[in-house]
Design a protein around this ligand. Structure first.
Ligand code: FE
Ligand code: ZN
Ligand code: FE
Ligand code: FE
Length: 166
């Protein structure tokens, strides 16, 4: 799609994130299934629920902007998910795989934090304050998910990995 204006740039980025979130709705159950630690599995399941809500929130954002909800292939998220799948195949120690799942999931959250931060700024520049507020809600969920994963890694998952196979 041709982009000339700031509004078109915002819509283009929103379509990228929309496709990224839809990919995550499919990928998070696989991460949950691969997790050995209960708390990690629960964290993925909780974020799956949040992610479904984030897709709905993007539908609201498109509506607010009088644009049709649509996705545009996000190759970055495809690549991040592909790398996580490779780890699931290659890592043979379950506790070490848990540590690796957090590595992969935090890369995903950081990509989302960058994306939502940028669309918040574009919405603000365009004076779209309701849109900005919706996007900020998701941005905060992504930041919280990242911090939760970070705490899980430090408090137990990395220690279990080390105990299982240094
Ligand atoms: Fe998300
Ligand atoms: Zn993307
Ligand atoms: Fe992308
Ligand atoms: Fe997320």
């Amino acid at each position: 799609m041709t982009v000339r204006t700031t509004r078109e740039l915002l819509l283009d980025e929103l379509r990228d994130i929309y496709h990224a979130e839809k990919q995550l709705v499919r990928a998070l159950p696989k991460l949950a299934k691969a997790a050995k630690a209960d708390k990690l599995r629960q964290a993925f399941e909780h974020h799956l629920d949040e992610t479904k809500g984030q897709v709905e929130r993007l539908d609201q954002v498109f509506e607010q902007l009088d644009a049709r909800s649509s996705g545009k292939r996000c190759e970055a998220m495809e690549g991040l998910i592909e790398e996580a799948k490779e780890m699931m195949e290659e890592i043979k120690t379950p506790e070490v795989l848990d540590a690796a799942l957090i590595v992969g999931a935090q890369k995903v959250e950081h990509y989302e934090i960058a994306s939502y931060g940028s669309v918040c700024a574009l919405a603000e520049a365009l004076g779209q304050n309701d849109v900005k507020k919706l996007l900020e809600q998701t941005l905060n969920e992504e930041k919280a998910a990242d911090q939760k994963l970070n705490k899980l890694a430090i408090s137990e998952v990395n220690k279990s990995a080390l105990a299982a196979a240094a």
